[in-house]
Design a protein around this ligand. Structure first.
Ligand SMILES: O=C(O)CCC(=O)C(=O)O
Ligand SMILES: [Fe+2]
Length: 400
């Protein structure tokens, strides 16, 4: 368990508050409110982490609001325990990167390369796919423009209720995690039920819809390739409704003044079947675990990052790997923007387990069957801490 410094350390230089341009004056009110209340919570009750986190959350300014206010040190509740921090880079080790696969190459070669990446690193990037770079740029620019709107505009969207299918906040596990991460997120459920579009910022609506259409086509192709690599019928994943439930998570990682003390996103695996991700030009911060080292997902213009989720690892009976990944706190001036689309089954009561076709006497089932509702319930009840839930469904697991 992490031990946190007992005093919240939001320090806003007075000079920077006094010199705010008219367009940013609202920050003086917002940050003054949060600093005063954070300080009084600390002095009245000693260090009460929960109340400080709550006050930050209720101020609705997000991490971007802290950055805009000119913080030079990060509040203590962002201090990650040492085991979550990247630490010094190992010396004399070759730099590892995630493979980039040309999707326009001959089908059998593509199937083999994707099978190999999915069975090892669990991550790969694809180029020469069907989605134009202009569409990638426009969806990321629309999101960036939302995250860079004045705080007062964004406050209208800041909440944690998923009822309307869209929510913007700092860290979905803010109240469950040991420490917060330096990132804001806009989450939008695209399918099976569309969001209430009035709950989605206007500047993102059109491009998110266009992105959704394009990404479904791409995911259908990838699922077919992954099925072929596994030796099951090409439309096996599609038949199981895995193209039909989609959630978008758009992340904004502004510059962090103390990047060695926190992270952008803690190490975790993705729960669904497949994740399709795009990132802007601020690359090298997304990393994938590879043995006791980490491989960088470099920013390749026009490339799309694909990773295997826990469900597919279990359905493939461990042939494909759902691998831990994390995002480092952004030390650079420019913000990093990414958009992940998670593919889940639309049938929440559906029962999943290893495909019978991949089980044999030599390769008996590693996992028992489970309902997706049970699985996703467990995922959201725990913090995003990198311990994969797949272990829970292992057949030899005595607690399962
Ligand atoms: O921002 C990124 O590149 C990673 C996002 C991610 O891993 C997630 O949303 O699950
Ligand atoms: Fe992820």
């Amino acid at each position: 368990m992490a031990i946190h410094t007992p005093i919240p350390n939001i320090i806003i230089p007075v000079a920077s508050l006094n010199s705010l341009p008219p367009s940013r004056r609202h920050l003086r009110r917002i940050t003054t409110f949060s600093i005063t209340s954070m300080a009084s919570a600390a002095s009245e009750h000693g260090y009460d982490r929960l109340s400080i986190v709550k006050q930050f959350d209720e101020s609705k300014i997000g991490v971007k609001g802290l950055v805009d206010s000119g913080v030079t040190t990060i509040p203590s509740f962002f201090h990650q325990p040492p085991e979550n921090l990247p630490g010094p880079k190992p010396k004399n080790r070759p730099k590892l990167t995630v493979p980039v696969i040309d999707l326009s190459a001959e089908r059998s070669a593509v199937v083999e390369e994707i099978r190999r990446s999915a069975s090892t690193l669990g991550f790969f990037q694809i180029v020469n796919h069907s989605i134009p770079t202009t569409l990638i740029d426009s969806v990321l620019n629309g999101l960036k423009s939302f995250f860079e709107q004045p705080t007062e505009y964004k406050m209208e969207f800041y909440h944690r209720e998923i009822g309307k299918g869209a929510a913007y906040s700092t860290n979905f596990d803010l109240y469950q995690s040991k420490a917060a991460s330096w990132r804001d997120t806009l989450q939008v459920r695209m399918a099976p039920t569309e969001p209430s579009w009035d709950a989605v910022p206007e500047m993102c609506r059109g491009t998110l819809k266009d992105w959704d259409t394009a990404v479904v086509g791409l995911a259908e192709e990838l699922m077919s390739i992954l099925c072929e690599g596994l030796g099951v019928k090409n439309d096996r994943l599609k038949e199981l409704s895995f193209l039909e439930a989609r959630v978008d998570a758009a992340h904004y990682y502004p510059r962090c003044p103390q990047p060695d003390l926190t992270v952008g996103l803690t190490s975790h695996t993705d729960p669904g079947v497949l994740t399709v991700l795009v990132q802007n030009e601020v690359g090298g911060l997304l990393q994938v675990k590879s043995g006791d080292d980490w491989a960088d997902v470099e920013a390749v213009p026009g490339a799309i990052v694909i990773n295997i989720g826990d469900l597919l690892q279990m359905m493939s009976n461990d042939e494909y790997k759902s691998v831990e990944h994390r995002v480092l706190a952004n030390p650079m001036e420019g913000a990093r923007v990414s958009l992940a689309v998670f593919f889940n089954p639309s049938n929440r009561d559906g029962v999943y387990g290893p495909f019978p076709e991949v089980i044999s006497a030599e390769k008996p089932a590693v996992y028992k069957e489970f309902s997706y509702a049970d699985y996703i319930g467990r995922f959201f009840r725990k913090e995003l801490d990198g311990k994969t839930l797949t272990n829970f469904y292992k057949i030899d697991n005595k607690t399962g």
